[in-house]
Design a binder for this molecule. Structure first.
Ligand SMILES: [Zn+2]
Length: 412
């Protein structure tokens, strides 16, 4: 570490991560800590125990978001919030989310050890139910906090077993008394594993995340006529697979045309009735389009619509229906600069990058200056029990978080 000043304790952070990873540990080395389960409760309890030991004051809001506060010296300042999530995918890893929370705690522990006061208070936030694996949608706690999701609707949401969010939040003892969304943070900074392959492949330690791709989801259905695979000559068929495959080819070409940050994903594909020797009557597939620039995302959107019309012929109709969207996010310039400067001062290799995945920071960016720090993860794997990051990179990301936090908490 080149910067003059405190440095986080990488060993302590690593040990905390490994200890937290025992809650909901799976046989293959990952974790299963679905939102509002007993494992979620245990991880919250342990986090609060550690925060109290570090002298923090705990606040819980009505959607179960936890805030651990270290006081500042200037009462007029809003808190610098270091947040992420403790819940996981059913077969998740030991870093996704939990790293951002425990790196925040490590920042507070480090400031305590060094006897450093900050002007703004510092808070570590645990955002409830980020993964969307048990309760839909994803990023619930931060979504309600930002006002983009309704608390009432969320509390009524049920999981696949019919258990409601409200009942389960109460059952684990995390219905807080504080209203959701106040006070607003002075800034929000989240450190996270990249969940992609770029930093590792380029041997770069720190990703300075300048924004998040905008996302549009669609359901596509091509409809023709089911006929026998033998007697019906090719020219006489109304085959929806032909139309769908032409459309899919053109959609991939669309991704090429809109540059390296454009994404086109067909994640589900289904032919009905689904018989080897029958021309299907219907082909359905999901379409996920992403781009960092709103204008270009909208161009991709209308291009997809007209491509669908263009392949609707020969007795086959193709319908494309938008089902969900999230606009591109550009993170706060001052927060991004603070992260870049911290990485440079600490002597870490770093590069600007765009997040392809959604995060709590997307919602936070609507209500507070926000940015994110990425570190490499092995093989780019995430949402996987083999998810892994090195102790050095974990420490580096936390150090960048520390110096970013100090800059934001003390600057004029
Ligand atoms: Zn995450």
């Amino acid at each position: 570490v080149k910067a003059v000043g405190p440095s986080i304790d990488g060993k302590r952070l690593w040990q905390s991560l490994m200890q937290m990873g025992r809650i909901g540990a799976t046989l293959k080395g990952g974790v299963c800590r679905l939102a509002l389960t007993d494992e979620d409760r245990q991880s919250r309890d342990l986090f609060i125990e550690w925060c109290r030991a570090a002298g923090c004051e705990i606040r819980i809001d009505r959607v179960g978001n936890i805030f651990a506060r270290r006081a500042g010296t200037d009462r007029s300042r809003s808190a610098i919030v270091l947040g992420s999530h403790l819940d996981s995918q059913p077969t998740g890893g030991r870093f996704d989310g939990v790293y951002g929370v425990l790196a925040g705690l490590e920042v507070i522990r480090t400031l305590n050890d060094a006897g450093i006061a900050t002007k703004a208070p510092i808070e570590v936030a645990v955002w409830t139910s980020e993964e969307g694996a048990r309760f839909a949608p994803a990023m619930i706690g931060s979504g309600v906090f930002s006002g983009r999701l309704s608390l009432e609707n969320i509390l009524a949401t049920r999981d696949r077993d019919g258990k409601s969010f409200a009942e389960e939040l109460r059952r684990i003892g995390y219905v807080g008394s504080h209203s959701v969304g106040a006070p607003r943070p002075g800034a929000h900074v989240e450190v996270h594993i990249e969940q992609g392959p770029h930093l590792e492949a380029e041997r770069t330690t720190i990703g300075v995340v300048t924004g998040v791709l905008g996302i549009r989801w669609y359901d596509v259905a091509a409809r023709g006529e089911a006929t026998h695979a033998g007697p019906t000559a090719m020219a006489l068929r109304r085959d929806p697979v032909k139309a769908a495959s032409a459309l899919i080819t053109r959609l991939y070409e669309l991704a090429d045309r809109y540059g390296p940050d454009a994404r086109v994903t067909i994640g589900t594909l289904d032919a009905a009735p689904g018989s080897r020797n029958t021309v299907p009557h219907t082909v359905r597939f999901s379409l996920d389009i992403r781009h960092p620039d709103l204008e270009q995302l909208e161009q991709m959107d209308s291009a997809a619509m007209s491509l669908a019309r263009a392949v609707s012929r020969g007795g086959v109709t193709v319908e494309i229906e938008p089902v969900w969207s999230s606009p591109p996010v550009r993170f706060d310039r001052r927060c991004v600069n603070a992260i870049r400067s911290a990485a440079a001062a600490l002597g870490y290799s770093h590069r600007d990058m765009i997040s392809g995945a959604g995060h709590d920071s997307v919602y936070l960016s609507y209500v507070a200056p926000t940015a994110m720090i990425f570190i490499p993860c092995a093989g780019g794997l995430s949402h996987n029990e083999d998810e892994s990051a090195s102790e050095e990179d974990v420490a580096a990301g936390a150090n960048v978080l520390l110096y970013t936090c100090l800059e934001l908490a003390n600057s004029a």
